[in-house]
Design a protein around this ligand. Structure first.
Ligand code: MG
Length: 392
């Protein structure tokens, strides 16, 4: 087996939305393709990768360091012992050559993007969906039949009032989601309570609302919100303060009756370990949202999971941020607690298979080799164009 080329390109995933901290009007995404000399059913086998929303494209780091190092290692530098498939762990080592520890910055996003392509490729060459490959490698072949997903939205759309918010949320419930999430922290506390109460009024028993402050609050505001939110029965209160302020989080955890959720802006096992050590989180209810596609990929995420197990946490406490096919496969294959979903946003990278249906807040995965990017027609058009433009 030979790797013939590693391509990258940049695409817009702009959305006219705002959370309490940023606008997504200029958001971009890097996509990569690892081209091989192998064919399955008459089609060339190519591994595809991209990263989650919320961080911009990584073209600089990809070209000047990560893809360059993979090319320098040569295909044999990251193939398995038999030379029949890629070894994502070896690819990871090659990419991280001469990188100092700590100060993770956004190189974790660039590595995560290529790591996704390596796993997509590894599963395709085995002729299996990634979730099945992972279940065989880590759970004695047992995978989850379906994955819990929740609909994240409720952004502060310019010009959208409470009526627009409830209309959007009702739309997610009608799609089959049982948990929906809205943003808070972009209005006053009383304004946010009105938003929350309007959405809670839509819910039947068994349906839940989560709220997300996107790291907006200082300590006193975070505590004020936590106490005000205690009057509601929420699925969780997400990212009350700066993602790296573990002491703030511990103080919020001490007063919050609602579960807390955080981790989407922690990009390494070491950061995750500090969160578990110092964030005051409660293993019996709180949720960890580290997003593998932003955080050095699955190779690093397996280290995160080991750290959690060693610290007395369950894999089921993990519900990754991002709403993409890659984390969905990790959830089904490794037995995570679920996955985020952004219905209709971050097109065409975000979301699941075009024909996937949400039933009672859960989604089933199809029996298609790899990560299932081929099940997303518009995303595949973009990758096909990228291959054609480069002579493949
Ligand atoms: Mg969030």
């Amino acid at each position: 087996m030979k790797i013939l080329d590693i391509l990258d390109d940049v695409f817009p995933i702009a959305s006219a939305i705002k959370n309490a901290y940023i606008s997504f009007a200029e958001m971009t995404c890097s996509a990569v393709a690892v081209v091989t000399d192998q064919f399955r059913d008459g089609e060339r086998v190519v591994g595809f990768g991209f990263h989650s929303n919320g961080r911009y494209d990584q073209q600089g780091i990809l070209r000047s360091r990560m893809i360059k190092r993979l090319n320098q290692a040569g295909a044999h530098g990251f193939l398995n012992a038999g030379g029949t498939n890629v070894d994502p762990f070896k690819a990871w080592q090659a990419m991280m050559a001469n990188e100092k520890p700590g100060g993770h910055g956004e190189r974790s996003v660039a590595v995560g993007t290529l790591d996704m392509a390596m796993w997509d490729l590894a599963a395709k060459l085995e002729g299996k969906p990634l979730y099945r490959l992972l279940a065989e490698q880590h759970r004695g072949g047992i995978s989850d039949d379906s994955v819990y997903v929740y609909a994240a939205g409720g952004y502060y759309y310019p010009e959208k009032g409470i009526e627009g918010l409830t209309e959007e949320m009702q739309g997610y419930l009608d799609l089959g989601y049982d948990t929906i999430k809205i943003k808070i922290g972009g209005a006053t506390l009383s304004g946010d309570c009105r938003r929350i109460e309007a959405v809670l009024a839509l819910l039947d028993s068994g349906q839940k609302l989560a709220v997300d402050a996107n790291g907006r609050f200082d300590l006193s505001m975070a505590l004020e919100y936590a106490q005000a939110l205690n009057q509601y029965d929420l699925k969780w209160f997400e990212e009350p303060g700066d993602p790296l302020d573990f002491e703030l989080l511990a103080e919020v955890a001490a007063v919050s009756r609602n579960p807390l959720a955080t981790g989407e802006n922690l990009f390494s096992m070491q950061d995750g370990r500090n969160l578990i050590r110092y964030g005051g989180l409660r293993a019996d209810r709180d949720i960890l949202q580290i997003d593998p596609a932003l955080s050095y990929g699955l190779v690093e995420y397996l280290r995160v999971l080991k750290m959690l197990t060693d610290s007395g946490w369950s894999y089921r406490s993990c519900i990754p941020h991002g709403g993409h096919q890659f984390s969905l496969h990790l959830a089904a294959g490794l037995g995570l607690g679920g996955n985020e979903s952004y219905p209709g946003l971050f097109f065409p990278f975000g979301g699941f298979a075009d024909d996937a249906l949400i039933k009672k807040g859960r989604i089933e995965l199809a029996d298609v080799p790899g990560v299932g990017i081929e099940q997303k027609k518009e995303l595949m058009k973009l990758y096909r164009r990228m291959l054609t433009d480069n002579g493949w």
